[in-house]
Design a protein around this ligand. Structure first.
Ligand code: CMC
Length: 452
């Protein structure tokens, strides 16, 4: 059974505030380092005032939920899933074990794990109509558009998935989504390449099967390069969850309307597609291509710093990490291993030099901008022969595990309701409608126009 976040402990500390408009003082309980935004409603300028609201565009300092899934300490560069350090999981675990852990809160027993792997393996096929649906896309469709649409379309194949309060339905939907994402992703890849679709091979592991569906040609059995298989397994683990990021927030917000999980995950995929989020790994390679040679890096850095052309150093910076992203450290090591196998890449040279220069530049130091997970992942993916526009798809396949754990946690959290933020209205006050257009251009009477 999935776990729910622990309830808030009764508050013993309080924030004392004084409203300069009225001179009144208030005591707001502090729990887990937070005050409740709703407690501000008692702070009123006078009768008829609705009370103070907190204004926080982009949620810079707002906790939207209590969660027991992923812990990040952005200053110390720490990331843990359910308390387990990401470094240990990346070294010793498998993606499916991590997916189980994220959802259930504990590592699976051997029996749990075998059953979980079995069920995921035997739900990898998709309805043939979905295959046809994917075939309807243009030859140059972005695979993230295809993935997003096909996951949304899955919802129509499983109407019972709307019963989100039924644990059995939640269970099978979660299995289906984790099982079918690699199939849909691989089909999107094959469509763009103009290659025949390869059906899942149930003898293979999750990652091997994915690589088989992507790369298999005429061979009867696909044998993946073990260095690539392990690299992808690690990258999937690193991308499996990252607490309340843009796409997870999208899944939770859309899921809070009690729509089915296929639709909620499609919303997460749409959010991930953006270049400031999952699309950054693709953007890093475009950036490296644009730089072209290490000698052009200083000029590029100057351009970034000047803010001209809205260019940013892609793969650098993070809303939460104000030190080296712990995932980036693991990815950099992984890149070394992969490149040791396939040889040094000129773009890796540019990336290393870019990192070296940026980390010693005052602009980046002052703003605490360090490489994030996306800085080196693209280089590894490209070495594995994945096309650039497919990188974010790989991210989405892995993040589905986290989205689903977060979605279920949200559903089981008694404090959660439909996500519905407030606004500060900045438009016109009430004003009377002046019928300008309709007076100048009166519509012909219906009867008249019919007689003509
Ligand atoms: N290159 C140059 N300057 C930057 C960068 C960057 N990559 N990131 C932030 N800054 C500057 C920004 O201009 C601002 O400077 P100033 O204070 O002078 O106005 C300051 O740093 C703070 O930036 P911000 O935009 O307020 O920070 P944010 O927390 O809103 O943005 C971010 C976080 C990840 C969107 C941003 O750092 C960024 O755009 N990075 C590049 C895209 C990227 O790599 N995204 C992947 C994120 S990790 C994977 C994921 O979660 O999807």
């Amino acid at each position: 059974m999935s776990s729910t976040p622990a309830a808030a402990a009764p508050a013993t500390d309080a924030l004392e505030i004084r409203d300069s408009r009225t001179g009144k003082t208030y005591s707001l309980p502090i729990t887990d380092g937070t005050i409740r935004a709703n407690d501000l409603l008692q702070v009123k300028a006078g009768a008829g005032d609705v009370g103070i609201r907190s204004y926080d565009p982009a949620f810079l300092n707002t906790a939207s939920c209590r969660s027991a899934i992923t812990f990040i300490d952005g200053d110390a560069g720490i990331l843990r899933y359910r308390g387990y350090p990401i470094e240990q999981l990346a070294e010793k675990s498998t993606f499916l074990e991590v997916a189980w852990l994220l959802r259930h809160g504990e590592l699976p027993t051997q029996e749990d794990y075998q059953d979980w792997v079995y069920r995921i393996t035997y739900h990898t096929y998709v309805h043939e109509n979905l295959r046809k649906f994917l075939e309807g896309f243009r030859y140059d469709a972005h695979p993230m558009s295809m993935l997003c649409s096909s996951v949304a379309a899955l919802s129509s194949f499983y109407p019972k998935a709307h019963a989100i309060h039924d644990p059995e339905q939640r269970n099978i939907s979660i299995v289906r989504l984790i099982a079918k994402l690699p199939t849909l992703a691989a089909f999107a890849y094959r469509h763009v390449k103009g290659l025949p679709f390869i059906y899942p091979d149930n003898d293979l592991t999750y990652v091997e099967n994915f690589l088989s569906m992507v790369a298999r040609m005429s061979e009867s059995k696909y044998e993946a390069n073990p260095v690539f298989t392990r690299a992808l397994e690690v990258l999937f683990i690193l991308h499996a969850d990252h607490e309340q990021n843009c796409s997870t927030n999208a899944v939770r917000a859309v899921g809070s309307s009690h729509v089915d999980p296929f639709s909620a995950v499609a919303a997460g995929i749409a959010a991930l597609y953006g270049p400031l989020h999952g699309g950054a790994n693709e953007a890093v390679l475009h950036m490296i291509k644009e730089i072209g040679h290490p000698k052009n890096i200083p000029a590029f850095i100057e351009q970034v710093k000047s803010g001209k052309g809205e260019s940013r150093l892609m793969g650098f910076g993070h809303r939460v990490y104000k030190s080296y992203d712990p995932r980036a450290k693991i990815v950099k090591k992984l890149a070394d291993e992969v490149f040791a196998q396939v040889g040094m890449d000129k773009d890796l040279e540019i990336a290393l030099e870019l990192e070296r220069i940026a980390l010693s530049d005052e602009y980046f130091i002052k703003r605490k901008l360090y490489p994030n997970v996306d800085f080196y992942t693209g280089l590894i993916y490209r070495t594995m022969a994945f096309p650039t526009d497919f990188f974010t798809v790989l991210f989405a396949v892995a993040r589905t595990a986290g989205w689903l754990a977060q979605w279920e946690e949200m559903l089981l959290d008694k404090e959660q309701k439909i996500a519905r933020p407030r606004q500060v209205y900045t438009g016109h006050p009430e004003r009377a409608y002046v019928p300008t257009l309709s007076e100048r251009f009166p519509r012909p009477k219906k009867k008249d126009s019919l007689r003509k």
